[in-house]
Design a protein around this ligand. Structure first.
Ligand code: HEM
Length: 381
């Protein structure tokens, strides 16, 4: 007899769960996208276009005024600046579509309520900064999958953040580096025209200032190379992965970083040999990657911050209620009652028709499903 046969105490009234009708919150990173996503309603598309246009116009205004009416704007960087405007449009458009889906809307609303709750702040003033650091900054939850994946993700994450912190303000003309002699070594850095620091290009600080992007590229290459290597040899990953969704983002990160490093290599070791060709290659790869961000796996970069509010909601309801809801079958704790109720609400919104299954722990769900299969599909197996 199957070890779990006959041990089901309370089988759910509903049938075995059917697959969810398309990704309400977009596929999680590492999960292939659904085959044919449902068509977005016209009203949502209109709202999303409006949001995209508003954010792009705001960014253009921020570029014009931040660069002191384009006086500090470097026209050689125009393609990058234009790509960031498209990026702003794409992110706002997709985000609006995303939070218009029932599941994501509920998550977003509950998250926002917890995020801005004065009561939560009074009860646990350090919870929000702590969660932002551990969940968003250090992604501690990834360590449970594997330490290597966590470390690789940290390299990619900090490398990209560093690169974005340097390049975005530069392409917008917000930062300027000027030397009174015209060629250094004394430089001053200005933000929006205001002098921030003076430094010597030959000092350690000067080296870090001018090689920040090389450091970022090394971090990103190390992390993305590990993920690529894993995707070549891990059978679980190889089975489910798709080229455009899983491999293109990693290849894009490697191409951007390698062509960026080659620019430094060309200017230091080749006296600028091949620089122009490399600069075009680098620009094309960066522009493609920026425009791709809202439409593929990279979208989780903008999706994930919304989950901090939800983490806070789980944390505060755990503190408030103390006890976790017990699994209906094995009586092991699942999560807090408000959290499970929120999940059930989402399932009801999506017309999934099996929301009572949320009251079973993942293990019991698998057991019940296996038993239903044995009973109804493969009798006598
Ligand atoms: C600059 C920001 C970020 C970048 C550039 C980035 C990049 C990436 C890339 C390239 C992958 C794909 C790895 C692969 O599939 O082989 C990935 C996976 C993932 N990311 Fe991010 N990410 C960022 C921020 C975040 C944040 C803030 C979170 C969560 C708080 C997060 C959570 C995840 C998760 C859960 C995975 C799946 C990891 C795995 O399968 O091992 N990411 N990220």
């Amino acid at each position: 007899m199957h070890p779990y046969r006959g041990r089901v105490t309370e089988p759910p009234k509903t049938a075995e769960p059917a697959p969810a009708p398309g990704p309400a919150q977009g596929p999680a990173p590492g999960t292939p996208a659904a085959e044919s996503p449902p068509r977005t309603p016209a009203a949502v598309r209109r709202r999303a276009t409006l949001a995209g246009t508003a954010v792009s116009v705001l960014l253009i205004l921020a570029i014009v005024f931040g660069s002191r009416l384009l006086r500090d704007f470097d026209s050689a960087l125009l393609p990058y600046a234009v790509a960031t405007v498209f990026l702003a449009f794409g992110v706002a458009y997709r985000y609006t579509v995303w939070i218009s889906a029932p599941g994501a809307r509920r998550l977003f609303k509950q998250g926002r309520r917890s995020f801005f709750s004065a009561a939560n702040f009074r009860k646990a003033p350090t919870a929000l900064p702590k969660m932002t650091a551990t969940y968003l900054g250090f992604q501690k939850f990834l360590g449970a999958r594997s330490h290597a994946r966590w470390a690789a993700h940290q390299l990619v994450f900090w490398g990209c953040l560093l690169a974005a912190a340097i390049t975005f303000p530069l392409t917008w003309g917000w930062f300027t580096f000027t030397s009174s002699t015209g060629s250094g070594p004394g430089y001053e850095m200005r933000i929006w025209g205001f002098k921030i620091i003076e430094f010597d290009a030959l000092s350690v600080l000067g080296w870090l200032m001018f090689h920040g992007l090389d450091i970022a590229a090394v971090l990103v290459i190390a992390g993305a190379a590990y993920f690529l290597w894993r995707r070549m040899r891990d059978r679980g990953a190889v089975t489910g992965q798709r080229f455009a969704y899983d491999l293109v983002p990693l290849i894009a990160l490697v191409v951007v970083s390698v062509t960026g490093l080659l620019l430094t290599f060309s200017s230091i070791f080749l006296h600028g040999g091949g620089y122009e060709f490399l600069a075009i290659l680098h620009m094309v790869s960066v522009v493609f990657t920026l425009i791709y961000i809202p439409f593929g796996k990279f979208f989780h970069i903008v999706q994930r911050p919304a989950a901090v509010g939800m983490q806070l909601f789980k944390y505060t309801s755990r503190r408030k209620d103390g006890e976790a809801l017990a699994c209906r079958r094995c009586h092991e704790p699942i999560d807090t009652a408000p959290y499970v109720e929120n999940l059930r609400g989402t399932m009801r919104d999506l017309d999934l028709g099996f929301d009572e299954w949320a009251e079973y722990c993942p293990r019991c769900k698998r057991v019940l499903r296996g038993n239903a299969y044995l009973d109804h599909v493969k009798k006598g197996f």
